[in-house]
Ligand binder design. Structure first.
Ligand code: SAM
Length: 335
């Protein structure tokens, strides 16, 4: 719909909404409490991209999608283990796997083509893995890699270029089913895990442990530390790990934590919807609890201390280039 000046009303609406929520974001974050310049610059960039990609749609579309009655219930905003039962991680991830598995694995696209999806794994592996192998001085030939939170095994085809045996473990039975059905590496071993440990895997049986965008979704830090101890147990002496962590609280949860409790059920769902719309550029109704999506945040120092405390050697923290600067980091090291 166009107004008399020819300017798209929807476009104007989006622009004003973008500016309004960017200002709201600053206000709610509270400059002194959680100011994170890089994150805010990232949001601003996304908003500018949104502004550039304005489409011509009736303004009612935005009204409906951004401000329609909110589906998120207060319990979805719980953090840590509060309000979560012990099966929440599995139930939520399985629901995501049933609804749109490739999207919840990689939210860059809602309608992945399966071949393109598996091809995208190679881009990541070639970007991420060789430098870790080089830094740890590890030769993957003839070795076995285990991916924790492997999803549908999108990294497996590229892992197979380096390693001889590919194992993956995941908490979601549906992800495992889809991986077995579609992963091009037919002799890869997909295992269903309990999401808390690696009890299916015997001690010292793995040469390399890898995990990407999984630990960040785990709602309890204690489970994360349990996984690290398990990784130490299953790695063979001289084995290496490359693990991805979320380094700071997601902006949105920071915002929630700065809202008075009495207002949270009113403000948070609107902010949540607006944040996803503006930052991710689309609506996103995440199945399950937000706690199993937004998970936890840990400091690189804390992770390094834990890993060294377990007995790992040459522990290094490396930046992650796949998300906004400073949002995540890698830890690598040797048993
Ligand atoms: C964002 S996807 C990433 C999948 C894969 N790493 C990739 O990048 O293609 C997160 C995966 O971790 C799994 N997951 C979530 N929590 C887990 C847990 N506690 N233990 C094992 N897997 C988990 C989910 O089922 C999902 O397949």
């Amino acid at each position: 719909m166009k107004n008399t000046t020819g300017w798209c009303v929807d476009a104007e609406y989006r622009l004003y909404a973008a500016l309004f929520f960017f200002l709201l974001h600053f206000l709610l974050c509270g400059a002194s409490k959680v100011m994170n310049l890089e994150s805010n610059v990232y949001i601003l960039k996304r908003l500018i991209r949104l502004r550039m990609s304005i489409s011509i749609r009736p303004p009612s579309h935005i009204n409906r999608r951004l401000f329609r009655p909110v589906k998120i219930v207060k319990s979805q905003l719980s953090r840590g283990s509060v309000g979560l039962d012990e099966n929440a991680m599995q139930r939520d991830w399985d629901a995501r796997a049933k609804e749109n598995p490739m999207y919840y694995i990689d939210t860059d696209k809602k309608d992945w083509d399966i071949e393109e999806f598996y091809a995208s794994g190679s881009l990541y592996v070639y970007d991420l893995v060789p430098q870790a192998l080089e830094r740890t001085g590890f030769d993957p030939k003839g070795k076995r890699i285990l991916e924790i939170g492997c999803g549908m095994g999108r990294f497996f085809p590229a892992f197979a270029d380096f390693f001889d045996e590919i194992w993956g473990i995941d908490i979601s039975p549906e992800m495992i089913r889809l991986g077995k059905a579609h992963c091009p590496v037919k002799d890869a071993k997909f295992m269903l895990g309990n999401g808390e440990d690696l009890s299916e895997i015997s001690a010292s049986s793995i040469d390399c442990c890898f995990s990407y965008i999984v630990f960040r979704h785990i709602p309890k830090k204690s489970l994360l530390w349990q996984y690290l101890a398990e990784i130490y147990r299953v790695l063979a002496p001289g084995g290496v790990f490359q693990l991805h962590f979320h380094s700071s609280e997601p902006i949105k949860l920071k915002v929630y934590s700065s809202i008075p409790r009495s207002l949270i059920s009113v403000v948070a769902p609107v902010y949540h919807r607006a944040y996803l719309k503006l930052v991710h550029g689309e609506s996103m109704e995440i199945p399950g609890s937000l706690s199993t999506w937004y998970g936890n945040a840990v400091s690189p120092r804390e992770v390094e201390r834990r890993l060294s405390g377990l007995g790992f050697k040459n522990v290094e923290i490396l930046p992650d280039s796949t998300h906004a600067p400073g949002e995540n980091f890698w830890a690598i090291g040797v048993k």
